[in-house]
Design a protein around this ligand. Structure first.
Ligand code: SF4
Ligand code: FES
Length: 381
């Protein structure tokens, strides 16, 4: 790491969490991955000392949590060393993993290092369908083994199921598996349409009826499992009347660090034009958080156009998602088109209205795949 500048003026509450995208390497190829279409190669990743320095600066800044994600963070051989440093710094550590690299030896190493929590992602409850989404034969079976390992280790377990048009009908079985495994928390998370998800939107977007079905199932399960299992539910914005507070608001709660060390307010911010994100190898986390123009640009409410500026939800949703506004309108400053009050709301409705009857094939997450697959082959649901 280069010399670090002194802490500049304090202008915001500290970040709650550091989201460390340790690597873009991953054995899976999910077509809704939040990573950018242009993936970083292993040779460009930050080294162990740099990641430790990021956590040290983050803890000094006031962050409380660190999320190790990717790609597949377990592809990094130094993961136990990073977990250990997080524990020494008093950061609550969460591993977000596909589970396919987890075995008795690696989980023992993580526990010895002081991991606090593991979030295990599933593509489906049906093994063949899950492997198809993951682009890896046998992935689902390995995830089930990983779930058993985590459960028997005594660590708190969160299961994450990613919902899309090909699996929405199976949400009841997903919830049943979470219950059977004794998960303390389950996320039923519809695909979010940025990164690879946006590239594959036509192949993934559920119908209004499918969304309503999953909502009913989740609400019924929440009532039935109250006090036993927490169910988080994330919906796609395409049928919404008001947007979500993306990332809890731009540069309000979380800081994302990419494998190469770029600090960003969200996973997809690199898609925005005209932004130059600072590198943690050149600028301190404190300076980035408090003074980086990219972090200040959409923090708070002063930047908001009408109707947000005079809306009573502006400090609830913080204007929704800047990356979605850009993806839909070409201008990241416009009101999120997910909002029914946005002059661009019809763009969002048109995407839902024009959803194809037959889902196109997935464009799998691979280096170079997004450019190569300009015209994906048609395939049935
Ligand atoms: Fe949120 Fe703006 Fe819509 Fe109000 S007008 S609900 S602040 S996006
Ligand atoms: Fe970037 Fe929502 S994904 S602000």
């Amino acid at each position: 790491m280069n010399a670090i500048e002194p802490t500049p003026r304090r202008a915001a509450e500290p970040p709650l969490g550091l989201i460390l995208e340790l690597t873009h390497r991953c054995p899976l190829q999910c077509p809704y991955c939040s990573n950018p279409l242009e993936l970083a190669r292993a040779s460009a990743e930050l080294d162990t000392a740099s990641w430790c320095a990021v956590m040290e600066q983050g803890a000094a800044l006031g962050a409380l949590q660190v999320h190790f994600t990717g790609g597949e963070p377990m592809a990094r051989k130094d993961l136990p060393a990073l977990v250990r440093r997080a524990a020494e710094l008093g950061l609550y550590s969460n591993l977000i993993t596909s589970g396919v690299l987890l075995d008795p030896g690696s989980i023992a190493g993580l526990i010895a290092a002081g991991i606090d929590h593991i979030q295990l992602s599933f593509q489906d409850i049906d093994g063949a369908a899950g492997d198809d989404v993951a682009g890896l034969s046998g992935a689902h079976a390995r995830k089930l083994q990983a779930a058993e390992l985590i459960k028997s280790s005594g660590l708190p377990l969160t299961l994450n199921f990613v919902i899309q048009r090909r699996n929405a009908e199976r949400v009841p079985r997903m919830l049943a598996l979470a219950e059977e495994l004794g998960a303390g928390r389950v996320e039923i998370a519809h695909v979010q349409y940025y990164g690879w998800g946006l590239r594959n939107r036509a192949a993934l977007l559920p119908s209004r009826e499918q969304l309503d079905f999953t909502t009913e199932v989740v609400e019924a399960a929440r009532a039935r499992l109250k006090g036993r299992m927490v169910i988080d539910y994330v919906v796609p914005d395409y049928y919404a009347r008001r947007p979500k507070a993306c990332m809890g608001g731009w540069a309000r709660r979380e800081m994302v660090i990419t494998p190469t060390g770029k600090a960003m307010p969200c996973h997809a911010a690199d898609s925005l034009p005209g932004f130059a994100f600072a590198s943690v190898t050149e600028v301190s986390l404190a300076e980035i958080w408090h003074a980086d123009p990219a972090f200040l640009r959409f923090r708070g409410t002063a930047w908001m156009p009408e109707p947000c500026q005079s809306c009573d939800r502006r400090e609830i949703d913080w204007g929704g998602c800047r990356c979605q506004a850009f993806a839909m309108t070409g201008d990241p400053e416009r009101t999120d088109p997910a909002c029914a009050l946005s002059p661009d709301h019809a763009l969002m409705q048109a995407v839902a209205f024009e959803r194809p009857e037959i889902a196109p094939a997935y464009v799998y997450r691979r280096i170079g795949a997004a450019e190569a697959a300009e015209a994906p082959v048609e395939a049935a649901d």
